[in-house]
Design a protein around this ligand. Structure first.
Ligand SMILES: [Zn+2]
Ligand SMILES: [Zn+2]
Length: 225
């Protein structure tokens, strides 16, 4: 499924699993103790303690189940990457994908089966003059849309040369027309992560980079260092 770029295996160290489970067991014992001997006679403080212990249990399970690996480019240790998502190495900045067994670097020519490479969609934007999948001369625009409720309140209606973000049906949907060639389709979608700005995700790593650089150039920020 992944191209032959540098990769690194995901490991599940037994010590990490044991440590996580020991924490979990300790928290369960504490929760039982709080149940049988309520803090402050069983008031709000008691509820707070139980919520805190429950969150701790979730964190302990997450710690035990998360595999560890290294960035294939700079060898910095990191958590495994959920399949079908991308990550950026905090140390060297390379783009990475992964599954339960490995993480691998993604080069600019890589095109995924589904849109996975996210870029913040600014209020005003322009399209790089190419099909968003293969880079050929674009011949048609294909709509990507997202129902409101997933878009949050901060999506601004914007009309700019080349790029338009449109609200329809009294603001129930946001949509955008994305350049494609005759041979390609489904090259982009809209995505609204919790607490983050609206994103457009592309199948092509190269197009996502070109889109990001074009907006930065238009904003006068220049290309990234
Ligand atoms: Zn790295
Ligand atoms: Zn194409």
């Amino acid at each position: 499924m992944h191209p032959s770029t540098p990769s690194h295996p995901v490991e599940r160290p037994p010590l990490r699993v044991v440590t996580g489970l020991v924490f979990l067991l300790g928290l369960i014992l504490l929760a039982v103790r709080v149940f049988t001997h309520p803090i402050g006679g069983g008031g709000a403080l008691n509820v707070l303690a139980l919520i805190g212990l429950a969150l701790g249990m979730l964190a302990a399970v997450g710690y035990a189940l998360t595999g560890v690996t290294r960035c294939p480019a700079c060898r910095t240790e990191m958590d495994e990457i959920v399949e079908g998502t991308t990550a950026t190495c905090e140390s060297c900045g390379v783009t990475l994908m992964g599954d339960a067994k490995r993480v691998w670097t993604v080069d600019e020519r890589y095109v995924h089966d589904t849109p996975v490479f996210p870029v913040t969609l600014p209020e005003r934007f322009a399209w790089p003059p190419a099909c968003c999948v293969c880079g050929a001369q674009p011949t048609r625009m294909i709509q990507a849309s997202l129902k409101k409720g997933h878009t949050g309140r901060n999506v601004a209606l914007a009309v700019a040369t080349g790029g338009m973000l449109i609200r329809t049906g009294g603001g129930s949907t946001v949509q955008v027309e994305v350049p494609h060639c005759d041979d390609c389709s489904g090259g982009a979608d809209l995505h609204k992560p919790a607490l983050e700005d609206l994103q457009i995700r592309f199948r092509s790593r190269g197009y996502a980079l070109a889109f990001e650089r074009l907006q930065e150039a238009r904003a006068g920020a220049g290309p990234p260092a």
